[in-house]
Design a protein around this ligand. Structure first.
Ligand SMILES: [Zn+2]
Ligand SMILES: [Zn+2]
Length: 143
């Protein structure tokens, strides 16, 4: 989503909306696969020498749980406020590029299907969310 700064009126908030395919947004990695479109909804306000943007990001993605290796689908909703000093910026400000960076920075170190996922037994491989095993191993994972 490129915002044409010259076309914005001073002190007036304008709304921008964009829907991108996962390929366009280029966010997939081995643990995250986006499903369906990624929606960006941005309010932009130009004030003196600054552009203030508030963006609401919505997407649905498939993750692989770091503990039990199960795939699970989850919705991602985030709000980002990014301000741009206009002195250094050109005529167009590409909000999408910055949101993409923010989303990647915002990824957790581990993806979990649920916060208390018990994972797989390291010895027999049983899914400890579903059944108990007799290995008597310490199955508590540390972050
Ligand atoms: Zn899990
Ligand atoms: Zn076991």
């Amino acid at each position: 989503m490129k915002i044409d700064v010259l076309r914005l009126k001073e002190d007036k908030t304008e709304h921008f909306q964009e829907s991108l395919t996962p390929a366009e947004f280029d966010l997939d990695n081995s643990e995250v696969k986006y499903k369906g479109n990624i929606c960006l909804s941005t309010d932009a306000t130009k004030e003196k020498q600054m552009l203030f943007t508030k963006t609401h990001f919505t997407a649905t993605a498939e993750f692989i749980c770091s503990r039990c290796l199960k795939e699970y689908v989850s919705k991602i909703e985030r709000d980002f406020n990014i301000d741009y000093p206009l002195v250094e910026a050109g005529q167009f400000i590409d909000v999408t590029k910055n949101i993409r960076e923010e989303i990647i920075l915002d990824y957790p170190i581990k993806f979990l299907c649920k916060p208390d996922c018990r994972g797989l037994c390291p010895k027999c491989g049983k899914d400890l969310n579903k059944e108990k095993c007799n290995c008597q191993m310490k199955t508590q994972f540390t972050e």
